[in-house]
Design a protein around this ligand. Structure first.
Ligand code: FBP
Length: 551
């Protein structure tokens, strides 16, 4: 037995809520044929066995259905997100209810566990220890990308040895893209195994018409908002620091926007807006300096600024530069190999010579530390590891320089001292909020039912999320429906379209209607810690994003 805290002990007793349709007997209802979100002809030709399948809904039924035992393998893929353990407990309870002889195997350390044949069988004792807890430590996670046929075949060996009927991949957009490719490969090769995905990521960027939210976003943003609120209170007490807070979220700014809606800080940068307005780094710095100067005029030499992790990729000149660096340093290319052998002290110069003249100018203008970070190893999906770029410090230094200039021209009268923070890992393994505990359990349960119903290439989907959990709609969405063609590692590939902040969407529109007021005044909101016990108005809150989107 692990050492557990008093809260964990009490929390273990929490029984997550399920949609009504899954509590008793259910009927599977199929909708119309579907199309991919873009590039239909190309996607259809790449996925001949799994393209065009209908959306599925489970509705309450009266006819009990007899299922055979269903054996499933589970993979946790990519970055941790609160609620992963509840997805697994939902799968476990789901398959056991379908047939008590069903079995669940967990592949260890992410998708790599499938290829390396490393797994454990999950029994009730193990699953019970992890109910309603944060983390992915029940079986571990990893970022191995499943894309080679040799990996699929290796996986199939263990799938056959264990007698698995289905594989459930719990991951973000890239991992679910891989699940889709795997489903197609196994279907094409008449392998008798289904592949189902579950939408995970704190980043909130795996969402669309049918997937309203990825799990973990709710809890992670609640944790960050608690911390931001605490810092705002400190800033307002000491009145001497500007806190520059970088927030995780990779490319999209959903986390920053949600935290801003919850806490009302003075500055929140939204990467998608920067891209839309084609703002340069200088323009962003000017905006920040202006807010700081305006507050200083009212004697307020303090404040809080939220900076999305992926910002630099959205600044047009930086985006072009990063694109060129991605191509230059793409894994397996000759140039990437040469780069590895270039002397460290000469690397930045070497890179500048190999990219376009315009990008070289931008590259050379960056502080060397930042330029260096941009050339570091890519993640297994070929993306720059944005969490390594210290954007908050880059902006802090540039804002300071701008304020010094303004001071000389008598346009700024205040004092500027900064504190830097990066919130990311603090929130990824928090104990899931009630929302995430219920949502994840329902996603897992739905995945089990999809697997038992013989479906493959589907993502587990639970919708109507602002309604009470009993009214949520459970079903499955063909993953091919979410695909489009994008450039990865220098080649066009079918991938799930990332959902960035919608600048026409209600959450963003509400934010811009308020940000002027929040910039000048001290209108901070202090959300406090996640509450697991107590009144439903406090414990069962969904995100502001969902509330505004579904209002
Ligand atoms: P996923 O997309 O796999 O869910 O990961 C999300 C994330 O937390 C990003 O916000 C962040 O940029 C990245 O993972 C950090 O990666 P790592 O865990 O490898 O440090």
């Amino acid at each position: 037995m692990m050492n557990i805290s008093a809260l964990q002990k009490e929390r273990a007793k929490y029984q997550p809520k399920l949609p009504k349709s899954l509590k008793g007997d259910f009927i599977l209802v199929e909708g119309e044929k579907t199309r991919s979100v873009a590039d239909q002809d190309e996607i259809a030709s790449l996925f001949p066995h799994t393209y065009g399948m209908p959306v599925i809904n489970f509705i309450e039924g009266t006819q009990p259905r007899n299922f055979d035992p269903v054996n499933v393998g589970v993979i946790l893929s990519g970055g941790q997100a609160p609620g992963g353990h509840n997805v697994i407990s939902g799968i476990f309870d789901g398959v056991k209810r379908i047939h008590p002889n069903s079995r669940v195997f967990g592949f260890l350390g992410g998708p790599g566990g499938l290829v390396k044949h490393e797994y454990i069988e999950l029994n009730a004792g193990i699953v019970d220890e992890y109910r309603n807890t944060g983390g992915f430590d029940i079986i571990g996670s990893g970022r191995t990308k499943l894309e080679e046929h040799a990996q699929f075949d290796k996986g199939l060996q263990i799938i056959k040895d264990l007698g698995l009927n289905a594989l459930i991949v719990i991951g973000g957009d890239d991992s679910n893209t891989n699940a889709c490719v795997l489903a197609e490969y196994y279907a094409a090769n008449k392998a008798d195994v289904r592949v189902i995905g579950c939408p995970k990521t704190i980043d909130g960027d795996l969402k669309n018409e049918m997937i309203e939210a990825s799990f973990g976003f709710d809890t992670a943003t609640k944790v960050y908002s608690e911390l931001i609120g605490n810092i705002q209170r400190d800033a307002n007490s000491a009145k001497k620091y500007w806190h520059f807070i970088k927030l995780m979220g990779r490319s999209a700014s959903h986390i920053g926007l949600e935290c801003a809606l919850k806490t009302q800080p003075n500055i929140t940068l939204i990467s998608e807006e920067v891209a839309e307005k084609k703002e340069t780094l200088d323009k962003i710095v000017e905006y920040m300096a202006e807010v700081i100067a305006n507050r200083a005029e009212h004697g307020e030499n303090f404040g809080v600024a939220l900076i999305p992790e992926g910002l630099v990729e959205f600044v047009p000149e930086m985006k072009i530069l990063i694109g060129e660096l991605n191509d230059l340093l793409a894994e397996g290319t000759k140039t990437a190999e040469i780069f590895q052998n270039v002397k460290k002290s000469y690397r930045l110069e070497w890179v500048a010579e190999k990219i376009s003249r315009e990008s070289a100018v931008v590259f050379k203008s960056l502080p060397p530390g930042i330029a260096n970070q941009l050339t570091l190893d890519r993640d297994p999906h070929g993306n720059v590891q944005v969490s390594l770029i210290e954007t908050e410090k880059l902006l802090g230094e540039m804002v300071k320089a701008k304020l010094d200039e303004m001071k000389k021209d008598d346009k700024y009268v205040g004092k500027f001292s900064t504190q830097y923070h990066f919130f990311g890992y603090e929130g990824r393994c928090a104990a899931p909020s009630n929302f995430d505990a219920d949502y994840c359990y329902s996603l897992g349960y739905t995945a089990a039912v999809l697997a038992a119903s013989g479906k493959t290439g589907y993502m587990s989907s639970v919708r109507s999320l602002t309604a009470p959990a009993g009214e949520w709609i459970a079903g499955g969405v063909p993953i091919t429906m979410m695909l489009n063609m994008e450039k990865r590692h220098g080649h066009m590939k079918p991938v799930i379209q990332k959902a960035l902040v919608d600048l026409k969407g209600a959450p963003y529109r509400y934010f811009i209607s308020k940000r002027g007021e929040w910039a000048l005044n001290t209108s901070y909101v202090y959300p406090g810690p996640i509450q697991y016990f107590g009144p439903t108005e406090v414990c069962d809150l969904t995100t502001e994003t969902l509330k505004l989107e579904q209002a």
